[in-house]
Design a protein around this ligand. Structure first.
Ligand SMILES: [Zn+2]
Length: 67
């Protein structure tokens, strides 16, 4: 479900960009949106930087799905 838009930050290149905020697996977390600059999916909402350890697991799961 899309909850509007939110500011994401890319952990690779530190780009901050606005992208759709879709809930990840019915949790409070958001689906990481590809970075507008470098294309990395290792992004997370600026407002959820405290949860970076959770996002590390989400990124690993997404990268595994792409293989
Ligand atoms: Zn980037």
């Amino acid at each position: 479900m899309v909850r509007g838009t939110t500011l994401f930050i890319c952990t690779k290149c530190k780009k901050i960009f606005l992208a759709p905020d879709a809930e990840y697996g019915a949790m409070i977390f958001s689906v990481p949106m590809p970075c507008r600059r470098c294309g990395s999916i290792r992004t997370l909402p600026v407002s959820q930087l405290l949860y970076i350890s959770v996002y590390k697991r989400i990124w690993a799961a997404m990268e595994k799905d792409k293989e």
